[in-house]
Ligand binder design. Sequence first.
Ligand SMILES: Cc1cc2nc3c(=O)[nH]c(=O)nc-3n(C[C@H](O)[C@H](O)[C@H](O)COP(=O)(O)OP(=O)(O)OC[C@H]3O[C@@H](n4cnc5c(N)ncnc54)[C@H](O)[C@@H]3O)c2cc1C
Length: 435
Amino acid sequence: MAKAGLPRIVIVGGGAGGLELATTLGRRLGAKKRAEIVLVDGASTHIWKPLLHEVATGALNTGEDEVNYFGHAHRNGYRFEFGWMSGLDRERKVVRIADVIGPDGEVLAQAREVPYDTLVLALGAIANDFGTMGAHTHCMFLNTPDDAEKLRRKILAQSFAVGASGNPVQKLNIGIVGGGPTGVELAAEIDHTIREMHQYGAELTPAQLEITIIEGAERILATAPESLSQYATDALSERGILVACNSRVAEVNESGFVLADGRTIASDIRVWAAGVKGADWLNTLGLNTNKLNQIEVTSTLQTLTDKHIFALGDCASTPDGDGGKPLPATAQVAHQQASWLAGTLAALQAGKPVKPFQFRPQGVIVSIGKHTAVASLASVVGPKRDYYVEGRGAKLIYASLYRLHQAAVHGWILAVLLWIGDKLRRAAQPTLKLH
Ligand SMILES: Cc1cc2nc3c(=O)[nH]c(=O)nc-3n(C[C@H](O)[C@H](O)[C@H](O)COP(=O)(O)OP(=O)(O)OC[C@H]3O[C@@H](n4cnc5c(N)ncnc54)[C@H](O)[C@@H]3O)c2cc1C
């Protein structure tokens, strides 16, 4: 129930952006009874999405790294509403929430309405297969913790099955569509996992694994500097991972990929990691959306239709400061937007003038297996130099991104304790989840 007299700020989506915003507003306003902060999510736990490739390979155990929203809300001055948003009544200022249905068809949370004075939509994105024939049916995706867990089980089962065949020339073929950070990180992580499993005694040998990254552009990591793409290509090739650039997928079937030029790539496991878009139902809310179903917002993150409704992160199309292309769908953008909105919301609500949101790119960092990453820091040290770091130094910067998210969500002291706990746990337990 809403608390009488307090302004209600409702945030829908507790991901990279929404959870950080709910935490900051909860501590600043909710705990001090200056506003009622409500977070709505259809999942009951949060896992930071850039870690999903580690979940998919068992390098990260969701049971240990996920944040339970109920407990987190209780400790951080906000209220958690469990449920999937299904609609919006802007006249009555209520968000509609559908029933949450459990795995056996039981209703876990009833359909209801949640009233708001200010609404922030931070709903994330879904995979975009661009309508490619067969992709939806024959590919696996890596967009939710459920997707990652299904992929983990599939990789585990197939690697045991091929190993158990006793045929040393039989291969496990994995095709990954998309040579962006997600595809590259996933390929390297799977390769590392198979090598580690073999060291533990699994029969599948690294030589039996054949991973192909299929990319339509002429190089992988196409939005990063060319030198960085080259470094990543070399690092992948050292690991025996194949990179097929200039390769557009025309069709997917149960045996693999058919490319636009007629070539085929056989794949036992097919993963689609190329592109994201907003969920289709975002077009039904009466808010302006773009071709990718993203909600169009101004440079103050307010929707074009309603200044009491904000959108951030992957579900929003935010103009970059120079009026060019909209900002990319990355955790960096979602994080900076959440911090900016937490500091500006009160002024915006009071109708005071504020400086528009300005994205400050921190560079591109891509993990390549357990010990290596590659980072382009041109946007940090200055655009004139194409400066980048590689190897363990870059891996340290990469790992620090997650620690920054943990600090935003738990505070610095707890984030440091969690980091020490992780180190201890990894020293005491196998580094892979093999069950
Ligand atoms: C495998 C992978 C690797 C990535 N690596 C990087 C990286 O290295 N660096 C980087 O910057 N970015 C990376 N990204 C992108 C990054 O994860 C996203 O840009 C970021 O998570 C977007 O944050 P968000 O808050 O907009 O949405 P999300 O973090 O996706 O959160 C959306 C939340 O909304 C909830 N939700 C969705 N629909 C509803 C609904 N109807 N009702 C209620 N709740 C709902 C979801 O349950 C979820 O909790 C990666 C993405 C993936 C998939």
